[in-house]
Ligand binder design. Structure first.
Ligand code: ZN
Length: 209
């Protein structure tokens, strides 16, 4: 099983997604954290989510796993040792209140099972990764599609910023932001995360009342 240390996430890294939530595009990468306890793997089991705190939104994201410690000038292609797809589940109504109050996002982004991950797979290099789209299907219908070439801050920029300001080492992962098309989870929704035409992981969501 892949060892996971810090879970960094990036907000507003695709212009169309920033627009759909009426957020300004940031001039530096906007990082936030999830506890490692938030992780749940897509192994076919049901993922339970809090259904009693307003809307739960899905955000499908490309996730990179760091294989060695960051040093200034290190190439992203060398530091990343594997990749996965994930869902950054978000309590959107809770987040709106936190944003208004200027509070941290933990309650909206860091709850149990809020970081769903497919198994990590071979990383062929950033350039090769731009040749395929990633997508999210829910109940057999495509809801999100993105390409890492559309990121506002590319993987090198994310790694440089994160490594310089917060530190980045072997075992850390980064949720690199979600493309447009986020929306609300319904109880029983069947999720399928795809890289190109290949499913990397699927699961069912249950909203706990
Ligand atoms: Zn996200």
């Amino acid at each position: 099983m892949t060892v996971i240390k810090n879970i960094y996430c990036v907000g507003r890294n695709y212009a169309l997604h920033a627009q759909e939530l009426n957020n300004a595009v940031p001039d530096a990468p906007m990082f936030f954290f999830k506890p490692t306890h938030a992780v749940v793997w897509t192994d076919g089991k049901t993922v339970t989510l809090p259904g009693h705190q307003g809307s739960v939104h899905y955000e499908a994201e490309w996730v990179i796993h760091i294989g060695s410690d960051f040093t200034p000038g290190a190439a992203a292609d060398d530091l990343i040792d594997s990749m996965a797809l994930g869902i950054d589940f978000t309590l959107r109504d809770v987040q709106s209140v936190l944003k208004k109050k200027g509070y941290p996002w933990l309650a909206a982004k860091g709850f149990l099972h809020s970081a769903v991950l497919t198994p990590f797979t071979d990383f062929p290099g950033i350039k090769a990764c731009t040749k395929a789209d990633f997508s999210l299907e829910i109940n057999g219908h495509e809801r999100q599609r993105g390409n890492i070439g559309q990121m506002i801050f590319d993987p090198q920029a994310l790694i440089d910023y994160c490594g310089t300001h917060y530190g980045l080492g072997a075992g850390d992962i980064i949720f690199t932001g979600t493309p447009a098309g986020v929306g609300q989870v319904a109880d029983g929704d069947q999720f399928d995360l795809k890289w190109g035409d290949v499913s990397l992981g699927a699961f069912r969501a249950a909203l706990e009342k």
